[in-house]
Design a protein around this ligand. Sequence first.
Ligand code: ADP
Ligand code: ASP
Ligand code: MG
Length: 405
Amino acid sequence: MGIIVQKYGGTSVAGPERIQKVAARVCRAVDAGNQVVVVVSAQGDTTDQLLEMARAISPRPPKRELDMLLATGEQISIALLAMAIDALGYKVISLTGAQGGIMTDEHHTKAKIRKVNGERITTELKRGAIVIVAGFQGVTADNNITTLGRGGSDTTAVAVAAALQADICEIYTDVAGVYSADPRMVPDARLLPEVGYDEMLELASLGALILQPRAVEVAAIYGVPLHVRSSFQDCPGTIVREVEDVEKAVSVTGVASDDNCAQITIIGVPQEVNTLQLVFASLAEEGINVDMIVKASGRAATTNLSFTVQRSDLQSALEAIHHLPGAGQWEISANEDVAKVSIVGAGMMTNPGVAAAMFDVLAEEGVPVELVTTSEIKVSCLVPRKRLKDAVSSCHRRFCLHEAK
Ligand code: ADP
Ligand code: ASP
Ligand code: MG
């Protein structure tokens, strides 16, 4: 008898009918002879609504209390799904993250799973129950409830699958699998039958919402194969696993986009100031991640610095920078109307000229590029937000991603 972990996203459990459909699918997996653990997200846009409720009370709610609030979304889903499965006559139990042994660090709203204490889940499975675990939440050693960052239910599912040494972790969502670009933005995007962990990690980190990057990271570390598929239709979906044959890898597999960025530019810092260290240390202290960075010499022995942060971190980042010694003399500006387009492909390392082809097509399309970053398997360009769709579509076309490779 194998263990399967199935994760259902917010759209898949939005409303009683969908929950009943999920329940039926879970029971089919049990009928096929599997032990099944189910991880669920909050229904529909519940998490967004909870965030709005918090903002209506306070512009900066304490993160611990925000986690107390956000965790309620998933608790609704687990209870309702357990009721639906019980109504079908199957033994079932729902568990919060804490009850399911999801132990995290203390970083409220962005916590990382340290360990999954799988005893309770295992005991319930042995008793013959279907176990439903709340995604996105965990508990610290001090018994405080934490959440894992947006999209965190994916990571709960993968971590549980790793801890139980499950045969597979199935991610059920509102599209048929992983595509060569967001199918909502590029209608002729192609469903990818298989993606390697490395490429998937880049795609997810660069804005392909389909999987939380941390989930892919954990899957890669523990070798958990992922099967991303539709919860509405029976389609083959996408398998994410270790792909060894880099020789065969295509130069570009997919295009990702991220419009949750903001650019900060600092002009006129005296050259004797170690700007990079000063600025980035202060942002790190605030837990703010910096993404694209360009440092250049300015006029009259000064340095200019331009970089991007997540748009939601912009205000905190600006505050931190304005508090730095000497900041009163610098010209500090922010631009929220930017977005990032990236091309990803494991074959890029062996195919020169890919970045040039990207710059070429963006220039042809008249899309200005503000900042560029590259790695062995990706090229990212910061572009005006209103041109993001054109940038994504033109790159998708240029690398013929709609065609089967
Ligand atoms: P869930 O609630 O099931 O976790 P998400 O909204 O988090 O679903 O992720 C699914 C969404 O990811 C899709 O609706 C799609 O618009 C988006 N997406 C972005 N990039 C891709 C891609 N390359 N392939 C598939 N979906 C993508
Ligand atoms: N409900 C959480 C969110 O909306 C977690 C998830 O959906 O994975 O981000
Ligand atoms: Mg998601």
